[in-house]
Design a protein around this ligand. Structure first.
Ligand SMILES: [Cu+2]
Length: 270
């Protein structure tokens, strides 16, 4: 009973409570933190849900009506009719029209996601068994991002989602994400940004997001990739431009991909 109450209450207060990570007894999506995700949530909440509810209620009504109206005691001589052209045309045409109504805005969202605007920064996510590696190709930065074990978690870190090295990006900037993998298929997914792309060995997929508010956002590998598939989370921290620049200057030293020594490039030991 308590659980049912929780589900019902979470439905009403979800908008307030939901932040940037999944919540216990959550229904629906995480709060959108990018324009792309807002489009997806609007599409789902304002178009798909009403259509699905209307169809479900209509079919339920038809079934109940048939059960009551045509029960054996009320209808001892059932009709032998097998065809009705009008009804057959209607039940083909109406679902087609409903699909078209859903397809048009859905394609709009897909095309918007597919067109990458001019990027302010580029990051590269590389899936490994079983952790994510990141590169900032324009900044000479490379690091690995491992899940923090339960015993090492700080009080403010969520279990199975927090990582040691977070991806840091500035707020309100177009971030282009190049996604690939080193061993098997993985998928880089961040629900608050409406981003999910397969990470395929030997091939680079692209996507983008523009985070609209500062905060920490969590995602997970979303392609079954092996025994520790559930333990390679994604953490993106969105910060102000100044904080980002500050992080960059530290990260360029801490996570330097190549050491610059006397104008000669030397591969840094990772
Ligand atoms: Cu994976």
């Amino acid at each position: 009973m308590k659980k049912i109450l929780l589900i019902i209450s979470s439905f009403f207060i979800s908008v307030v409570v939901l932040a940037d990570q999944p919540k216990d007894w959550q229904l629906g999506f995480q709060n959108p933190a990018s324009g792309g995700m807002r489009d997806i949530v609007n599409f789902h909440d304002n178009l798909l849900l009403p259509i699905i509810i209307a169809i479900t209620v209509f079919v339920l009504f038809l079934m109940l009506y048939a059960c009551v109206r045509f029960r054996a005691s009320a209808n001892p001589n059932p009709s032998k009719r097998t065809h009705n052209v009008t009804v057959e045309i209607l039940w083909t045409l109406i679902p087609c029209l409903i699909l078209i109504v859903m397809a048009v805005p859905s394609f709009k969202i897909l095309y918007k996601q597919d067109t990458i605007p001019k990027a302010d920064l580029t990051i590269k996510a590389i899936g490994y068994q079983w952790y994510w590696g990141y590169e900032y190709p324009d900044e000479n930065i490379i690091f690995d991002s491992y899940m923090i074990e339960e015993k090492d978690l700080r009080a403010d870190q969520p279990r199975l989602l927090a990582v040691d090295n977070e991806v840091i990006v500035p707020v309100n900037k177009v971030v282009k994400v190049l996604i690939t993998a080193n061993d098997v298929l993985h998928a880089w997914a961040l629900p608050s940004f409406g981003v999910k792309r397969d990470a395929v060995p030997g091939r680079i997929n692209e996507t983008w997001f523009k985070a609209e508010k500062e905060g920490t956002y969590y995602g997970q590998c979303s392609e079954l990739c092996g025994i520790k598939h559930a333990f390679m989370p994604i953490t993106v921290r969105v910060v102000s431009e100044e904080d980002y620049q500050e992080w960059l200057s530290e990260a360029r030293v801490k996570f330097a991909k190549e050491e610059i020594e006397n104008d000669k490039l030397k591969i840094a030991s990772k």
